[in-house]
Design a protein around this ligand. Structure first.
Ligand SMILES: [Cu+2]
Length: 160
């Protein structure tokens, strides 16, 4: 079986070679591959940059910024994380998808909420309930996407 695949590949190569001079696109270039190529060791975790303080502008490139706050100082129980998203001119927008994931960094995985999508209220605020189940160090990792493509990752850290 392997042999026949190999000979197929060889035939393909010969065919390719015979047309290579006509084709401007070299085989194996980015655009020629179907996007299924395993792209090397990609096991490193994504980086979540520490965000500016509550109420301060956090820029997403040069196109959007957002401001985050809790509905109240987080304590034991449920707090609501509120994100207001703006375009660069300061107009409120809701065209990004935001997910949040809360946990305790010092005991990672013990209270992992998993990725949870923020929901928009009618004002356009993005809202996420965060469940604080014990005192200590907490974080919420935020992921911003446009049309399913991640464009920004940020991290909010707080103590309870
Ligand atoms: Cu804990």
């Amino acid at each position: 079986m392997k042999q026949s695949i190999k000979s197929l590949a060889v035939t393909g190569l010969v065919l390719l070679a015979s047309t290579a001079f006509a084709a401007a696109q070299p085989a194996g270039s980015c655009c020629g591959s179907p996007g299924l190529t395993p792209s090397g060791p990609q096991s490193q975790e994504p980086v979540f940059q520490d965000l500016a303080k509550s109420g301060k502008k956090c820029w997403i490139g040069e196109v959007n910024y957002f401001i985050w706050e809790f509905d109240k100082t987080p304590k034991m129980g449920t707090s609501i994380l509120i994100i207001k998203l703006f375009d660069k001119d300061g107009t409120r927008v809701t065209d990004l998808q935001i997910t949040g994931r809360s946990d305790m960094p010092s005991m990672r995985g013990a209270h992992d909420s998993g990725e949870v999508a923020f929901k928009n209220n009618k004002t356009g605020d993005y809202l996420l309930p965060v469940n604080v189940v014990m005192p200590g160090d907490w974080e919420v990792r935020l992921t911003f996407s446009r049309n399913g493509i991640v464009i920004f990752r940020g991290r909010i850290a707080f103590d309870v």
